[in-house]
Design a protein around this ligand. Structure first.
Ligand SMILES: NC(=O)c1ccc[n+]([C@@H]2O[C@H](COP(=O)([O-])OP(=O)(O)OC[C@H]3O[C@@H](n4cnc5c(N)ncnc54)[C@H](O)[C@@H]3O)[C@@H](O)[C@H]2O)c1
Ligand SMILES: [Zn+2]
Ligand SMILES: [Zn+2]
Length: 397
């Protein structure tokens, strides 16, 4: 089959690789109909995530048709399913608490030592996201093997297009969990750093959870416009100073809750960000944590910090003093997608959440390397790329 493979920094290729096979009784094989490129994929593309190997198949946002099932899969051939990017067994201690992204069995045992050493406990399994998370082949391919197919995938009701439901695989539940982790109370003012897909879904979710005002921060005008469409006020950090603007907008109090939807590749010519950048270049660190530092600095006393953004390593200049003295709380984590999928599917069916606004480009899988480059280089215009195996070039838009 054809699949998008990683070969090093800024080097991804569509190669011919072996077709996936059923390995465990609970597996299913899915024929991919749509798969998206994520901001998290850019962290791999830019070489920031350790334990990648040449030839790894990328992609963790995908959906398609069931074409093969193991004897213990509950899926049936021909069903259309969306697959969560987190691989979870459904029955371990953490799955029992609906913390699917902390599943103890999603990551094969012989892979668990790296996470244990780095983080104290092994990470759970994720599709297409390094050997730290299991080394699973991802879904930017014609076919993918889905482990624990009786737990993760959700069957799509008739009448819904791929475009409407694809983002249930990651970014919609991630934006939702980000807002939920902000413990929003009716009337709150919530500030969201980053108007990428995750930030934009966090904006929509925050309003649905009762926020009175949402303030969205970025520097790409088109992305800020999208946030405005959903009712957010905006700050362009290249035109105004974010902290000062937030204080002005909140009568000097600061936002009740802050959400960092930027992550380890923060943009901007800020002193701390430049130092982080130099350290990354010299292999002295990986994470550029400007946005979470600023979010903590701006948050009101007693406020809540939610961090869906991905960070990987050890950081310095973390404002621990501000965090303690202001009495803040922080919630974060990879998204427990399985927990949110059914309710969010209903929200889509009922028209409460708009998902299709985000897609700026549809391309054949064969053009995935160009897609990665565009998503990396032109973030203003390119908000989300959906790859479709077998798509005719003439249909690309
Ligand atoms: N927790 C999870 O399970 C999960 C799932 C998906 C994505 N993520 C992470 O969420 C983050 C966002 O994902 P995305 O797909 O929206 O990414 P993205 O790269 O499309 O968007 C990030 C946005 O942040 C903006 N930004 C950069 N520096 C900024 C700054 N200093 N202040 C304000 N905005 C700034 C960028 O301009 C961009 O629009 C990434 O770190 C991604 O890895 C986490
Ligand atoms: Zn993603
Ligand atoms: Zn589990």
């Amino acid at each position: 089959m054809r699949a998008l493979t990683w070969h090093g920094k800024h080097d991804v290729r569509v190669d011919t690789v072996d077709d996936p096979e059923i390995l465990n009784p609970r597996d299913a094989i899915i024929k991919i109909t749509s798969t998206a490129i994520c901001g998290s994929d850019l962290h791999l593309y830019d070489g920031y995530i350790p334990t990648m190997q040449a030839g790894d198949i990328l992609g963790h946002e995908f959906m398609g048709e069931v074409v093969e099932t193991g004897p213990k899969s509950t899926l049936q051939k021909g069903q259309r399913v969306v697959v969560p990017f987190t691989i979870a067994c459904g029955s371990c201690y953490h799955c029992g608490k609906h913390q699917y992204s902390a599943c103890d069995n999603g990551n094969p045992a012989d892979n668990q030592d790296i996470g244990r050493e780095m983080y104290g406990q092994p990470m759970s399994g994720l599709f297409g996201y390094s050997h730290l998370t299991g080394g699973y082949a991802g879904g930017q391919a014609e076919y993918v093997r889905v482990p624990f197919s009786d737990v993760g995938p959700i069957v799509v009701p008739d009448g819904l297009d791929d475009d409407e439901v694809l983002f249930l695989s990651d970014i919609l539940p991630t934006g939702w969990q980000a807002a939920e982790n902000a413990d929003i109370e009716p009337g709150d003012t919530v500030a969201v750093w980053g108007c990428g897909p995750v930030g934009l879904f966090a904006v929509q979710s925050a309003f649905l959870m009762g926020a009175k005002r949402v303030i969205a921060i970025d520097h790409f005008p088109h992305r800020l416009e999208l946030a405005k469409k959903f009712g957010a006020e905006t700050i362009n950090f290249e035109e105004s100073k974010t902290y000062e603007a937030l204080m002005d907008m909140t009568g000097g109090i600061g936002p009740d809750a802050v959400i960092d939807a930027v992550g380890l590749e923060a943009h901007g010519f800020f002193v701390d960000n430049v130092i982080d950048q130099i350290k990354a270049t010299m292999f002295l660190g990986t994470d550029r944590t400007h946005s979470i530092r600023q979010a903590i600095h701006a948050c009101r006393k007693g406020g809540r910090v939610s961090m869906p953004a991905v960070y990987g390593g050890f950081v310095d200049k973390f404002p621990l003093g501000a965090f303690m003295e202001k009495g803040l709380t922080l919630k974060t984590g990879q998204t427990s997608v399985q927990h949110y999928m059914p309710a969010l599917l209903n929200a889509i069916v009922e028209g409460k959440i708009d998902t299709t606004f985000l897609i700026s480009h549809r391309m054949p899988l064969e053009q995935a390397p160009e897609g990665y480059k565009m998503f990396h280089d032109k973030q203003n215009e390119v908000t989300k790329i959906v790859l479709k195996p077998g798509m005719d070039l003439a249909q690309a838009a």
